[in-house]
Ligand binder design. Sequence first.
Ligand SMILES: [Zn+2]
Length: 209
Amino acid sequence: MLDYNNQDSWYDDKHLNQSPVDLVANDEHVQDFLPIYADKFYQLTQEINDETTIRLTGFGNATIFNREFEFQQIHFHAPAEHTINGKQLPFEIHLVHQNKIGQTVVVAILPKLGNSNPTLQAIINNFNADEPQSVSIKLENWIARLSSGFHYQGSLTTPPLTEGVEWVVIDDSSLTVSQNQIDWFIHQFGKNNRDTQALNGRQIEHYSK
Ligand SMILES: [Zn+2]
């Protein structure tokens, strides 16, 4: 099992463009919203306990930066992996997408602490259920059409830490998760956030109006 208390042992120092990172809006600010246009729903199919998180595979389509992607899987981190201006939120959702030429885009959502998220609760309830309910993500609730956020080049945040992964981190999500939901994840899996990594000169674009 992946040991989050011994992250140095994951690391291979050939890697320079790693994720997560601390996100700071700077000169690369772009006067536009994030160009993400997703299906109305992503249907989730298989729920997998991978011992460090819950991962659900599924299907759906999105156009991200004018390229067509297929939704592959969703999983969760508590607390958040990306920080914004050094500030860490309690939870991060990763929606992993891939296109036909093998490019990977992860759309990360940073919910705020608040009301329980019903989709997340269905996923939690399914975890040990004999007869799981079918779950879909209503994308208009999860990724607003005019979202602001960050765009940069990084890596997977778990071994093999593969680089060439494109990140879109939404920073104005209206999603909330409850303290009980966060506590459930941490009780079940332990804290599963990778530490933030050096930028090593990478540019971070910030999209907002
Ligand atoms: Zn992740």
